[in-house]
Design a protein around this ligand. Sequence first.
Ligand code: URA
Length: 241
Amino acid sequence: MKSKRTRLDRFISMQLSVNSRDVKLMLAQKRIVVDGSIASDTQQLIDEFSHVVFDNKVLQSNSPRYIMMNKPIGVVSATKDEQHKTVIDLLANIALLSLKECANLHIVGRLDLNSSGLLLLTNDGRWSRRLTSPEKKITKLYRVTVENIITDDYVQAFAEGMYFSFEGITTRPVKLEIISDHVAELSLVEGRYHQIKRMFGRFRNPVLKLHRMAVGNLLLDPELSPGQCRMLTPSEVNYIG
Ligand code: URA
């Protein structure tokens, strides 16, 4: 999940196993090109998506990738799992990206094995940190179906927050809208372990279905059936939260 900036001279010296004097000379000889421009500054900063060329040989060329998946039930939000199929296995089967690119992806906000809906994957650590940073307070919208009737007192209990003794925290206010006796929609700004199931658990009301409908401004594309994915558009990448 790295997206650290690195000094160009350090990057070149690592890649080509040369010392800093050699790098200076290469720069003076205009042999290094970063993102299409001849580099001259040893202290120039590059990141994992900078395109770097030395003597017409590409040293680094990675494109940022942003993917939306409609995660099906029964698939694990992980990159590797001994028991179950993972979302990365699913993606590799679809062949939207090469296997190498799939291996570089990480998940932005997991969903439980039995939850479905909008799952985001990327290779851009800075973007995913922005989305998951607590200060940003990006809401995640879920639709939940439960076994017993949801009564009005749930709304206040969810809005007040619940104390989770294991973590020693009180959950941030959750907006709960009752859609019908057994169905509600909730907006969360955090993602504690099994948070929704544990909150309904306080009412001894088991969750039967849990589906993520949106993250920030980004709605799950209704064209995607369970297991399908697509790339985000540039405006979706920028305006998600
Ligand atoms: N809360 C849960 O309990 N499960 C999820 O998958 C997401 C939120």
